[in-house]
Write a protein that binds this ligand. Structure first.
Ligand code: MTE
Ligand code: MO
Length: 498
């Protein structure tokens, strides 16, 4: 009874949330609140242990705790409904608190947890009454028929809960139609194409990373337990704060501006040396500097604080955004399509040369021109660095484990946005560095592929690489962890040659 009533409560909340305000679903609201109140060490521990599976692990953990409490509440209510009702009420109240404390709270958001509370209490009361009536049955025949009523009602409530949860999630998530319209609008509006990427930009080594990452393979990092479902017509962007004139842009306003395509390699500050959180795409969007110039940025401002529809924030130096050659975008497309929902549909920021956490706000709806002294962005509050310029780095993609002894092809990638890479060197067992053959450079804002042939005798070996930026400065050998401003050290691969 406890489980069924709590399931009904969650289902009702999810359905109302889907109809009125998707972010207010009680289950995910509690998950978001758990992330908000978690200390930094716990967040880093979870990311270290589970990587990008940290979200499903958190949600599964909450589901287990909720189910256990619900079952306990039911078991403790053999005579009186008090304990079960207390559990249902406590959970509903917790969900209300979670929604109330969300950075994006609006009064409408209380309706979903309120619906959960009402449905949870009524269904538990009703099931409990039916259960008592079974015990109080005067005859065996009455007992059997009352039992049937109890089982039938429980099953119906349970099935309703499942259906409501699914329906609520589906209503609240569907931006497919809006995405298709944006993809079509991009094709109609046309955009200034990025220079074509020559075949010689690839290293040409089987198993090496392709130069342009497909949208499906593009790494995904964000703090969103639920991908915000914002349609292009619901979207608007307010630019305000220390500006001469406040601007509000609709999606149609963006489409009416000149659209440009820029090939950019995005990198996450949480990428460990040799890690996967780096990808390259052809972003299509509106020049962000021009929008900021139109608003008129006060010279006293030093930070652009961008906020997503779900309340995540990034702080970007105004100086970087106003550099004439930086090429920051309000992006609406990736590789010829509208942004995928998980990469920020309908609009995100992209700033070449800065880690994503200080620049690449997905689902961006608010840009406030302010100062670093005045406002602290999401990861800054959690111990990460205020400034996040990308550090020169490299990665070995081939080989990864074992090879045939003899001449071995080593291949990988290297980056130093926004100036680019001039050279890469490779060494075996910390011996002399050997120059790699460099693939054609596409631009300073993108990675550059490389390959080298190395003689490898039989046995266990260590391969390392180091990159040189456009000025000839090598990446640092200092081994440092990702916190607070990005990992460093040479990428190192252990191989065994036979
Ligand atoms: N709204 C929102 N935008 C966000 C984040 C986030 O948590 N929420 N994470 C940032 C981080 S840390 C990175 S590295 C990039 C990753 O973008 P991608 O998922 O499209 O690769 O998004 C950035 N934008
Ligand atoms: Mo990131």
């Amino acid at each position: 009874m406890g489980l069924v009533a709590v399931a009904a409560a969650v289902g009702a909340g999810q359905l109302v949330a889907g109809l009125l305000s998707p972010a207010s679903g009680p289950f995910l609201a509690v998950g978001d609140a758990a992330v908000r109140v978690s200390p930094q060490w716990l967040v880093e521990l979870a990311k270290g242990a589970f990587g990008t599976a940290d979200k499903p692990v958190l949600l599964a953990g909450i589901a287990v705790v909720v189910a256990a409490l619900a079952a306990a509440g039911g078991l403790a209510s053999r005579r009186r409904p008090g304990p079960g009702l207390a559990v249902v009420t406590a959970m509903g109240t917790l969900a209300m608190g979670a929604v109330l404390s969300s950075p994006t709270f609006g009064p409408l958001d209380l309706t979903a947890p309120a619906a959960s509370l009402v449905v949870g209490i009524t269904s538990f009361r009703r099931l409990h009454e039916l259960r008592l009536r079974v015990d109080q049955a005067p005859t065996d025949a009455a007992r059997i028929s009352r039992r049937r009523v109890l089982i039938g009602t429980s099953t119906a409530v349970g099935a309703g809960a499942v259906a409501a949860t699914g329906l609520g999630a589906w209503i609240g998530r569907d931006v497919t139609g809006s995405r298709d319209e944006v993809t079509a609008a991009l094709a109609r509006a046309g955009y200034q194409r990025a220079p074509a990427i020559p075949a010689t930009a690839e290293s040409g080594v089987p198993g090496a990373t392709p130069f342009v990452t497909s949208n499906a393979d593009f790494y995904r990092i964000d703090a969103a337990l639920r991908v915000p479902s914002l349609t292009a017509s619901d979207w608007s962007l307010r630019i305000h704060g220390m500006v001469d004139r406040e601007l509000t842009l609709s999606f149609a306003d963006l489409l009416a501006r000149p659209l440009v395509e820029r090939t950019i390699t995005l990198l996450c500050v949480s990428n460990p040396v040799g890690g996967p959180y780096v990808s390259t795409t052809n972003f299509i969007g509106v020049d962000l500097r021009e929008v900021l110039l139109e608003a008129g940025v006060s010279p006293a401002a030093d930070q652009v604080l961008s906020t997503s529809s779900d309340g995540w924030t990034a702080g970007t130096p105004t100086g970087v955004l106003l550099e004439p050659d930086r090429g920051a975008l309000l992006a609406i497309g990736m590789n010829g399509e509208a942004l995928p929902p998980e990469h920020g549909f309908p609009v995100r920021m992209v700033v070449p040369g800065l880690y994503g956490y200080v620049s690449a706000t997905k689902w961006v709806t608010d840009i406030e021109v302010t100062t670093f002294a005045e406002r602290q962005a999401y990861w800054l509050q959690r111990g990460w660095s205020e400034k996040g310029p990308i550090k020169t780095g490299s990665r070995i993609d081939v080989p990864r484990t074992s090879v045939g002894a003899g001449r071995v092809t080593v291949a990988g990638t290297a980056w130093s946005q926004p100036i680019g890479i001039s050279a890469v060197e490779v060494r075996l067992d910390r011996g002399p560095w050997q120059p790699a053959d460099m693939a054609t450079e596409v631009g300073g804002d993108t990675w550059r592929m490389w390959r080298a042939e190395i003689d490898v005798p039989p046995g266990e070996h260590t391969l390392q690489a180091r990159a040189f930026d456009a000025n000839g400065t090598p990446q640092t050998a200092d081994v440092r962890d990702v916190v607070p401003d990005g990992a460093t050290g040479y990428p190192t691969v252990s191989i065994s040659a036979t």
